[in-house]
Each structure stands twice: as C-alpha cells, then as structure tokens.
Design a protein around this ligand. Structure first.
Ligand code: FES
Length: 152
C-alpha cells in the first residue's frame, strides 16, 4: 500500500507516493525524473546510484524512501552543480574519464563526498575512496587521473 513520504531533494521539498521499502533510487528516477543516479546492480555493490544523504555518499538502490525521508537533504548529480561546474565534474571532463559514462554519477558523487571530508588526500586514500565504485569499461586509470586533478 502506497503512502505519502516527504523528501528534501536538491534543497526542494517534495511529497511522493511510495510503497513501503521502495528504494530511493526508484523514487528519484521514476517519480522525480532525476536521472543522474543510475541503476547498475540494484544491490549496493557498484556505486552507479550514489547520491549524497546529508553530505555522505550513499547507494540509493539500497536506501528505503522512508529512511531517505529522515534526511535533511538528498543531493543528486543534478543538484551538485546544475551547470556542471563542480570541480569534480570539471576534472572528469579534463581527464576525459568517461567511456560510456554510466558509472560517472557514482564516481563524481563518491569523490565529492570524500573530498569534502578529506580535502588533501594522498594517492592511497583516493584509490581507497573509489575502490568500490565499478566501471565496466575499465577507465579507472582516467578516473583516478580526474580524482587527482579534483583533489588539487
Ligand atoms: Fe546501487 Fe549498484 S545500482 S550500488
């Protein structure tokens, strides 16, 4: 049975109808038309669906809409910087990190949360931060180059 859930997404409050336990990713994409977060595995394993929940990277395919409703703000790629001017996004372009680009939402959001928490990471910390974000095209070398650029 569906019920109303109130969410704050990219700074805007909204009300959605959702069955109990519906993944946040489903709501973001299907109800709110936010297609930045991608459906990859649906199991919390690939990172394609990553969003920021109160500033922390979270895999929206395994977060229920009810849990998301308890967050002060949910940020998707669309809310990170509508014009693509976030330094992490710019670094991905500079490094030509995308091949198919499907994983990049997760890479960008994970890296954004990490750099907000750890402003001057070393190489090992950067690798560790992106360790569980998967790219099926195998462009991890370029993605790491982008991560180094974004980290300054
Ligand atoms: Fe959420 Fe893979 S789709 S982690």
């Amino acid at each position: 049975m569906a019920a109303s859930v109130f969410l704050t997404v990219n700074g805007k409050q909204c009300e959605v109808e959702a069955a109990a336990g519906t993944p946040l990713l489903t709501i973001l994409r299907n109800s709110l038309g936010l297609n930045g977060p991608k459906y990859g595995c649906g199991l919390g394993a690939c990172g394609a669906c990553t969003v920021l929940l109160d500033g922390k990277a979270a895999r929206s395919c395994v977060v229920s809409v009810e849990a998301a409703g308890r967050c002060k703000n949910i940020v998707t790629l669309e809310g990170l910087s509508p014009d693509g001017s976030d330094p992490v996004q710019k670094a991905m372009v500079t490094a030509q990190a995308a091949q198919c680009g499907y994983c990049l939402n997760g890479m960008v959001m994970t890296l954004r949360a990490f750099l907000d928490a750890v402003p001057n990471p070393d190489e090992k910390a950067l690798q560790e931060a992106l360790r569980y974000n998967l790219c099926r095209c195998g462009t991890h070398v370029e993605i790491m180059r982008a991560a180094r650029i974004a980290a300054g």
